[in-house]
Design a protein around this ligand. Structure first.
Ligand code: S3P
Length: 430
């Protein structure tokens, strides 16, 4: 498809879609709680619908009246075996967190995904869950899906130092630990998003976090809640960067989730000199409106413990860096290689096609700026975040940009192209 160009700037406001990480977990906690959970502003995008459908297959009553999702919780002991393998689509969060939940169930479940998910590493989750007493095997004894989870209701607690910084791995172990008898201790490599821990507390459970160390005991029971999900800062990130790099722009992004384990993009924008303001901070819902204007940017170094706080934003941050004065170095981000695509290669190669000065490294990217970008024939490679990054790049490129596989964007942001259209002043493909 031909992408939009923004000759005269971007203006207006956008309410970005609901947080993907919280949407997944709201279904999971709703299912595992006793009583009813209502979810407002659930993300009805492919990834979260994969979670919703998977829990329906495990016998959890879930209804959607178009406004509110209602989950009738069955508790940890109420899930039912599903004799057919469950299709998880493209969603790493769904498959990995479900492995932790199913590890504690006295039945066997097979989970598989699409071409991309079936190539993503699962050993990082299988190893600790097997240590706890479950049995998990990948396709042909590999670590790749389809994954057969042979659960047990006799899980042992675990003391585990995580070799990777990953909220998905952490959450899978926590879900298993909640079903084990005794106290588990998990030590993170770096602090990662803490939505699972926060929702345990919200649903009436107990978990202690001290820096990188998490202590959780099982078994626990949860009570259904009424949840309203804030906007996803990872979706807002595309417009934060667009507002900063497109000349003559001013954008307001409404109701953006501001959980501190997710706000690395705001730190980077500030570090690079962006014209950004946080307004109307709502403490109870951990959300705010963000105002961004066209900015003079300078290069920076992004490394170490900030990486998990902006892991999904690195492709769009790389684009930001192409418009900054000087060099930007992104390192310690080797995890990017095992996302929906190898995002180090995809970001570098697709932006190179548009004339960017960007080099892939073993654990990140080196970008020299500013460079003017030119239209090219690019591809999302089936990765939603690469596709959205390329549409934002096209806004400032001279000439036409054509994107292959644009439908990948439905994974997290089905209204993305409509929202871009809404803010382009004097809409133009020229
Ligand atoms: C997520 C954790 C991150 C992130 C993903 C969502 C989550 O993955 O990239 O989009 O909801 O827990 P890792 O845990 O693999 O870093």
């Amino acid at each position: 498809m031909e992408l939009l160009h923004a000759q005269k700037g971007l203006q207006g406001s956008i309410t970005v879609p609901a947080d993907k990480s919280i949407s997944h977990r709201s279904i999971m906690f709703g299912a595992l709680a006793m009583g009813q959970t209502t979810i407002k502003n659930f993300l009805r995008a492919q990834d979260c619908l994969s979670t919703l459908n998977a829990f329906k297959k495990l016998g959890v009553p879930i209804s959607d009246d178009g406004k509110t999702i209602t989950v009738t919780g069955v508790g940890f002991n109420g899930l039912k075996a599903c004799d057919k393998a469950i299709d998880i689509g493209n969603s790493g969060t769904t498959i990995r967190l479900m492995m932790g939940i199913l590890a504690g169930q006295n039945f066997t479940t097979t989970l598989f995904g699409d071409e991309s998910l079936n190539k993503r590493p699962m050993q990082r989750v299988m190893a600790p869950l097997c240590q706890m007493g479950a049995s998990l095997t990948g396709d042909n004894a590999s670590e790749f899906p389809p994954i057969k989870v042979m659960g047990t209701n006799h899980l042992q607690p675990i003391s585990y130092h995580m070799p990777v910084a990953s909220a998905q791995v952490k959450s899978a172990i926590i879900f298993a630990a909640l079903q084990a008898r005794g106290t588990s201790i998990i030590v993170e490599k770096e602090v990662s998003r803490n939505h699972t821990e926060e929702m345990i507390r919200q649903f009436g459970g107990k978990i202690i976090s001290k820096g990188k160390e998490i202590t959780v005991s099982g078994p626990q029971t949860f009570t259904g809640q009424n949840i309203t999900i804030p906007g996803d800062i990872s979706s807002a990130a595309f417009f934060l960067v667009a507002g900063a790099i497109v000349p003559n722009s001013q954008l307001i992004l409404k109701n953006v989730g501001m959980n501190p384990t997710r706000t690395g993009i705001i730190d980077v924008l500030n570090q690079m000199g962006a014209n950004l303001k946080i307004e109307n901070y709502d403490e109870k819902n951990q959300a705010a409106d963000l105002m961004i204007k066209s900015s003079e940017l300078t290069g920076t170094i992004i490394a170490g413990k900030i990486i998990p706080r902006l892991i999904d934003e690195l492709p769009i941050i790389a684009l930001l860096a192409t418009q900054a004065q000087g060099q930007t170095i992104i390192k310690d981000a080797q995890e990017l290689k095992v996302k929906e695509t190898n995002r180090i290669d995809a970001t570098a190669e697709e932006l190179q096609k548009m004339g960017a000065d960007i080099l892939p490294t073993d654990d990140g990217l080196i970008i020299n700026g500013p460079t003017s970008l030119k239209g090219a024939h690019v591809s999302s490679r089936g990765d939603h975040r690469i596709g959205m990054m390329l549409q934002i790049a096209a806004l400032i490129a001279t000439g036409k940009t054509k994107l292959d596989r644009p439908e990948a964007i439905d994974i997290s942001y089905p209204e993305f192209f409509d929202d871009v259209k809404k803010i382009v002043v004097g809409e133009s493909n020229e």
